[in-house]
Design a protein around this ligand. Structure first.
Ligand SMILES: [Zn+2]
Ligand SMILES: [Zn+2]
Ligand SMILES: [Zn+2]
Length: 214
């Protein structure tokens, strides 16, 4: 699969993941704004086509990052979650972001049964215009496209039972109605698509105009 591109939510530019990091650092970070923040990247550990750049005040803690990840691509039924360096030692969620060095990578795990793993990279300490909401979404991958295995139209659902048996368990609305499918879940822009009862994000994190972000 080709590497997914994404949109910068501040200016609309469409770029690949690494180019987006450079774009954000060059064009949208400052060292002179009021609020000290941390530019972070989140990506699916095993589905790297799902990625997000966001910033958070350095005075926030990991709990803020956890809440954001749940809202944008994880939450199904309130499972437990944890941060670590990729071992079994849990990093407390009360840990403040400024304590992490630039370049640090953490693994976030959501749901210890059907786990979804996210890699968090601490990219750079930056500053930003003060805003009330702690997390500002800066860029996100464009949703990968899946096609209906029957008719080839854009897919709306996937059949969870067929997920591990066929290459294409995806169906459009019409073809999903035609047949009996007991376990359909919606196509979502998330590494948790098709897992447990995951049905999509809790806020509208689709592309929004900059003035709506604050
Ligand atoms: Zn931009
Ligand atoms: Zn669940
Ligand atoms: Zn179809």
């Amino acid at each position: 699969m080709a590497v997914t591109k994404g949109n910068c939510f501040l200016c609309g530019k469409e770029l690949g993941k690494t180019a987006m990091k450079n774009h954000l650092l060059k064009n949208h970070t400052d060292t002179t704004c009021e609020q000290k923040s941390y530019l972070l990247k989140a990506e699916g550990r095993y589905d790297k086509d799902y990625w997000i750049y966001f910033d958070v005040p350095v005075s926030s803690n990991l709990k803020t990052v956890d809440t954001f990840l749940r809202r944008i691509w994880l939450e199904c039924c309130g499972h437990l979650s944890t941060f670590s360096y990729g071992n079994y030692e849990e990093i407390k969620k009360t840990t403040k972001l400024y304590t992490f060095e630039e370049g640090t990578q953490l693994i976030h795990e959501y749901d210890f049964g059907s786990t979804t793993e996210t890699v968090i990279t601490f990219i750079a300490k930056t500053t930003r215009p003060a805003q009330k909401k702690p997390v500002r979404l800066l860029a996100r991958n464009i949703p990968p496209e899946f096609v209906c295995c029957v008719c080839g139209k854009p897919a709306d659902y996937l059949d969870v039972e067929e997920m591990y048996e066929t290459d294409n368990p995806f169906y459009c609305e019409d073809c999903a109605d035609e047949d009996e499918h007991e376990f359909l879940l919606p196509v979502t822009n998330s590494p948790r698509m098709g897992v447990c009862g995951y049905t999509g994000e809790m806020d509208d994190f689709s592309f929004v105009k900059p003035e709506l972000l604050n």
